[in-house]
Each structure stands twice: as C-alpha cells, then as structure tokens.
Design a protein around this ligand. Structure first.
Ligand SMILES: Cc1cc2nc3c(=O)[nH]c(=O)nc-3n(C[C@H](O)[C@H](O)[C@H](O)COP(=O)(O)O)c2cc1C
Length: 337
C-alpha cells in the first residue's frame, strides 16, 4: 500500500489532498463527507476584510449614536462585542466544523489592509482553527502605488497575523508579482509558515448585449494547473515554507504532477463543487494508483522529483523551455495553386 502521509505547516496529515476554501464549507455534513472520502484537511470559506470593516463601522455608529443621545450614555453602554455584528457567524461555523471534523480545519482571512486582523486571527485560533490561511487577493489599479508599496502593505498584514497567533499561517497569493520567488522569500521573513499558490483572478467579462459586466464565476479546469506547476518547481528547492497548490487540481494525475513539482498539499475546490464531496475519494485512489504504477512507495518519495534544482541554471532552463515550446508549434503550410 502506498503511504500518502504528509506534513503541511507542521501538521501531520493522512494524505496530500485537502478541501480548498469554498461555500461547500458552509455545510458541515458535506465537509464530513469529503473527509470520509479522504480529504486530510479543510480550508474554510473566507472571512472578508469588507465584512470586518462593515462590522467595525456598524459598532462605531452604534456607540456614536448612543453617546450623542445621552451625555452619560458612554458610562453605562453595554460592552459591544463587535464580533456579534459580522464575524461571529464565521466563528460559530468554525467551531461547528472543529467539533464535527477529525482532520485539521484551517480558517481563512481574506484582505490586504492591516485593519483588525490581529483580533480576528486570534479569535479564529481561540475557536479551534489549526492554522490560518491569509488570502492576499489584491487588485491594484492605482498607478501611484509602486510595486514595493503594494508588497510592503501586504507583508505588513502577514507580519501582523503571524505575530498574533501561535498556529501556523499560510499566505494565499496570486501569480502577478514581478518576482514570485522574491515575494515568497519576503513572506518567510515576515513570519509565514507556508504559501498557497495561486489565487485565481476572477476576470469579469464584458456583456456586449447589456453593455455591462458579466460576473458569472467559471469553475477551473486542469488547464490552470501548469502555471502552478512551474512556480512550485522553481520554489520547492529554494524555500523552507510549506507549499500548497490551489487551482486546476481535478484528477489524481493532476495531484501527482503538483506533488512531483514539490507541493506538500493539493487543495481541491472546483472539482468537488462539480462532482460532490465523495469525488475526493476518486482522486485519492487515482493518486495512489499512479504512485504505485510508477514504483513509488510513498508520496514523500515522489515529492519534488521535478524541482528545478535538478536543472543547473533554473533561469536558463526556463528560457530554453520557453523557446523550445514556441518552436514546437507547427503552422500548417498554406497551399498556393
Ligand atoms: C464558488 C467559489 C468560492 C470560493 N470562495 C473562496 C473563499 O471564500 N476564500 C478563498 O480563499 N478562496 C475561495 N475560492 C477559491 C478556491 O479556494 C480555489 O483557490 C480556486 O477555486 C482554485 O482552485 P480549484 O481549481 O480547485 O477550483 C472560491 C472558489 C470558488 C469556485
């Protein structure tokens, strides 16, 4: 039997396939079904910065309105628990999952401004989160913000959250940095324990009929995986951070590819939304079968076999592959009479 045991963020897991953040985690029984099928950890849907800001503003408005109305009011105002206005439902769901689910549950905080993340990260830890995934989903449109300012702001958030909690923190990032390896190095310095690659950029389309924006969400396909594979292969020999792959893992063979490139865990979202929680079991079986057929006795043995460290000059290797790829495309010859 192939041994799938894995360690991610210092957490011992029974295998590398885990449930990625999605609305499925609103449903405790669906999560339990995914875990029964073989998911070895669960990332919850996110608590968004916008929810938190909304709740903090509501708390301020509440206090201001009471204080304005009665000069002595501030003296006997009830101690307002801001969590009851927005984050509390999230924390309650976290506690429910923690109670029902036997594998690590990872809370997800989603935002890019320092805000009140320290409190929320601590609150997630207190309700039993085994780790925090901090999602830095950032769309920069202001030309006055330099790349360094953007990165510094993001890293300040990471530092703040990592300092606030004892549990490990993984940072979910998008692919659009001038140098992902440099940013990942800075994440490690900021105190992150892992990095999750990559956020999908939800690209709204233009609706030509309504002259509006088409915001329909498309689930991923396996075609999104190679972008992750390339970066995993580059990073896995350079960083001590735990590596999670998210985006385009739809089959056990996709999982095997990410493992070979150095991922510690493979997060699965679209495939589970498409096929249901039990599909995780199919993926685990496919991964195990592939490892066995290929002669690996464990997933650890396969991990990182295709890391770029095996290439003498990774940058030159990447350029050569790029040139070879362009050169391999054959244009059909145009027949002239
Ligand atoms: C409907 C839906 C909701 C999602 N919600 C979240 C979320 O709350 N937080 C988060 O970090 N990622 C969220 N994601 C992103 C997924 O966790 C994942 O990174 C992305 O879908 C790529 O993985 P996949 O190819 O397996 O779908 C969501 C994805 C989908 C499809």
């Amino acid at each position: 039997m192939v041994d799938l045991k894995t360690t991610w963020l210092g957490l011992p897991l029974k295998g590398p396939i885990i449930l990625g953040a999605s609305p499925l985690t609103h449903d405790v029984e669906a999560v339990a079904a995914a875990v029964a099928a073989g998911a070895s950890a669960v990332v919850m849907y996110s608590l968004f910065e916008e929810q938190v800001v909304h709740e903090q503003m509501a708390a301020h408005r509440f206090i201001d309105s009471r204080a304005d109305g009665d000069a002595e009011a501030s003296g006997f105002l009830p101690d307002v628990d801001v969590f009851s206005l927005g984050a509390e439902p999230y924390l309650r769901q976290l506690a429910r999952l923690r109670e029902r689910i036997q594998v690590p549950v990872i809370a997800s905080l989603n935002g890019v401004s320092p805000g009140g993340w320290t409190d929320y990260a601590r609150a997630c830890e207190a309700r039993g989160a085994d780790a925090i995934e901090l999602n830095l989903y950032d769309v920069v449109t202001d030309p006055e913000q330099s790349p360094k300012q953007v990165e510094d702001r993001q890293l300040a958030v990471v530092e703040m959250v990592a300092l606030a909690v004892e549990v490990p923190v993984t940072v979910k990032i998008g692919p659009f940095y001038t140098s992902v390896p440099s940013f990942v190095k800075r994440l490690a310095t900021a105190g992150a324990d892992g990095v999750t690659l990559f956020n999908r950029f939800y690209q709204p389309d233009v609706d030509l009929d309504s002259l509006g924006v088409d915001r329909r969400l498309q689930l991923s396909t396996s075609r999104e995986l190679p972008l992750r594979l390339h970066t995993l292969a580059a990073l896995s020999s350079q960083t001590s951070l735990s590596l999670a792959c998210t985006g385009g893992v739809h089959t056990g063979r996709d999982a095997a590819k990410a493992l070979l490139c150095g991922a510690d865990v493979l997060q699965v979202t679209s495939a589970v939304l498409e096929h249901g929680p039990a599909y995780i079991g199919t993926m685990v079986d496919q991964l195990r079968a592939w490892l066995k057929e290929t002669g690996y006795v464990s997933s650890d043995e396969a991990r990182g076999v295709l890391a770029m460290s095996s290439a003498p000059e990774a940058h030159v290797w990447a350029r050569l592959n790029y040139i070879r790829l362009l050169d391999s495309h054959r244009v059909p010859t145009t027949r002239t009479e």
